[in-house]
Design a protein around this ligand. Structure first.
Ligand code: GAL
Length: 361
């Protein structure tokens, strides 16, 4: 093994030991490490919303995995309301949960939740979305910058030949750090092409609270300004992609304009099968949920947590665990979401005439 590779390996494992140490020391600092190892762990889960299908799946996956692991789980959902989410967190703290997992509606607003939990000796895991300006003990998510890159690459692949690509960009909620990570990844792919004049962003805006109806308004505004001179729409997730496709459909453009989203929602996979959406990003919920619950249990039992990455959240470097995702297009629906059991063959091809469907696996 070459010295450089070897030293790289050593460096990686050294970093790993540092990362492991950082995660444990945070847990120990909040007193979680002193929690009795024998009691059945009680974990609190505070979700922003259950509005999107993916969060309903997260909730169900958390409950299923918690049952398998023999831990008790208290789940709260705040309906995209910051005040409500703070109340939810305070209620979970008062129930003396051994660890708190939070998917923040507003990453900055939930910094207070971390302080309150730490005052009560409870470690906090930022789930899927980063809490900013606080020293949470761990961040568990998918690689969202990478997702942004994958979205942009899938969109470019879907617009065959045409240059410059006249592009509409519909970003996510500005309260969600993921929206900025997605844009960062997309920009890494698009910026050189924009500079060369191969891509032209004709309209861009942010969909408040990720609401499909807000995405539809943005798409309507783009169509009003540019008519049918639009080749592609890059949407932050499948909910906003659905709103954009509704607006396109009203103009008879559904299926004629490339649209990319994220989350592999069933309706998005159905649109991909039918040809009105070009691609989505499949984020295997079980991977993210499993990593979060495993870390929470380790914090409670005072065991080390392996965190190979770290992300600066404005307060400092947060130990980070990231899971991988995969691009889903019409070509690989069967090999991804259907093979994984995320959606069934009949669900995905529900709107597709039997003679136009791929062979049932
Ligand atoms: C993001 C999440 C996406 C998307 C969105 C809407 O933070 O990473 O998967 O669904 O929220 O809730």
């Amino acid at each position: 093994m070459k010295l450089s590779a070897r030293s790289g390996l050593v460096a990686a494992s050294f970093a790993l030991s540092i990362a492991v140490g950082v995660a444990l020391s945070r847990g120990a600092k909040t007193g979680a490490a002193t929690a009795s190892a024998s009691a059945r762990p009680l974990i609190g889960l505070s979700l922003d919303t259950l509005k999107e299908e993916r969060w309903q799946r997260d909730r169900d996956a958390f409950q299923k995995k918690a049952d398998e692991l023999g831990v008790d789980l208290l789940i709260q959902a705040a309906n995209s309301d910051d005040t409500r989410q703070m109340q939810d967190v305070q209620a979970l703290i008062s129930r003396r949960v051994g660890a708190l997992i939070v998917a923040p509606h507003n990453g900055a607003a939930m910094a207070k939740a971390v302080s309150l939990a730490h005052e009560a000796g409870i470690p906090v895991i930022s789930y899927d979305r980063l809490i900013t300006g606080a020293d949470e003990d761990l961040y568990v998510s998918f690689d969202t910058v990478r997702i942004g890159q994958m979205q942009a690459q899938a969109l470019l692949a879907a617009v065959k030949g045409r240059r410059p690509i006249r592009l509409v960009r519909i970003q996510g909620a500005k309260t969600d750090n993921n929206s900025f990570l997605l844009k960062q990844g997309q920009d890494q792919v698009l910026a050189p092409l924009i500079a060369k004049g191969e891509v032209k962003v004709v309209h861009e805006d942010w969909a408040e609270d990720w609401r499909p109806e807000n995405a539809k308004k943005i798409m309507n505004a783009a169509l009003t300004s540019h008519g049918h001179a639009i080749d592609a729409v890059l949407c932050a997730n499948d909910g906003t992609a659905g709103g954009a496709i509704q607006a396109l459909s009203e103009e008879g453009l559904a299926g004629k304009v490339a649209v990319v989203g994220q989350d592999a929602e069933l309706v998005a996979c159905q649109r991909i099968a039918a040809g009105t959406q070009s691609a989505t990003i499949y984020k295997p919920t079980r991977l993210e949920v499993g990593a979060a619950l495993d870390a929470a249990i380790r914090f409670i039992k005072g065991r080390p947590v392996v965190a190979r990455d770290e992300l600066d959240n404005g307060f400092g470097k947060i130990p980070t665990v990231l899971r991988d995702t995969v691009v889903v297009t019409r070509a690989n629906l069967l090999d991804t979401v259907v093979k994984d059991g995320y959606h069934s063959y009949d669900e995905v091809y529900d709107g597709v005439p039997a003679d136009a469907r791929p062979k049932r696996p």
